[in-house]
Design a protein around this ligand. Structure first.
Ligand code: IDP
Length: 139
């Protein structure tokens, strides 16, 4: 069993597709074991994406992530990290395979609908960024 952190970004929350995205997680065998809707502060958005702070798109990324509420969840299942990345599709929705979340719901590389941890270490860090152990309901 593995856990990963997923965020439904402000564009997808605004499009009213939280439920459709949750259905994709569940159909792929991923369980939602923690969840919270949240409007990120600047500190939170900058802190969460700190690894990207030297990148040219950092400012836009932070502004976008603060632009509206996000839905944050921990997904649990076999190969949860890779499975979620597969469901998400490529970062740039133009490159995302048909049927992936980003192909279906993202509008641009900035407004690309979802975030998912990209490895075991980042999953651990990102889960701890949003949730305490007592807020994760493993079933
Ligand atoms: P990921 O979300 O697919 O893991 P990362 O490389 O970790 O992609 O980048 C984090 C986020 O930063 C992306 O989801 C995207 O919203 C944004 N981003 C990445 N590359 C670019 C870019 O070249 N231009 C604008 N935004 C970008």
């Amino acid at each position: 069993m593995e856990r990963t952190l997923s965020i439904i970004k402000p564009d997808a929350v605004a499009k009213n597709v939280i439920g459709e995205i949750y259905t994709r997680f569940e159909r792929a065998g991923l369980k939602i074991v923690a969840a919270r809707m949240k409007h990120l502060s600047r500190e939170e958005a900058e802190g969460f994406y700190a690894v990207h702070r030297e990148r040219p798109f950092f400012k836009d990324l932070v502004a976008f992530m603060m632009s509206g509420p996000v839905m944050v969840q921990v997904l649990e299942g076999e190969d949860a990290i890779a499975r979620n990345r597969e469901l998400m599709g490529a970062t740039d929705p133009q490159q995302a395979a048909p049927g992936t979340i980003r192909a279906d719901f993202a509008t641009s590389i900035d407004a690309n609908a979802v975030h998912g941890s990209d490895g075991a270490d980042t999953a651990k860090e990102e889960i701890a960024f949003f949730f305490g152990d007592d807020e994760i309901y493993s079933r």
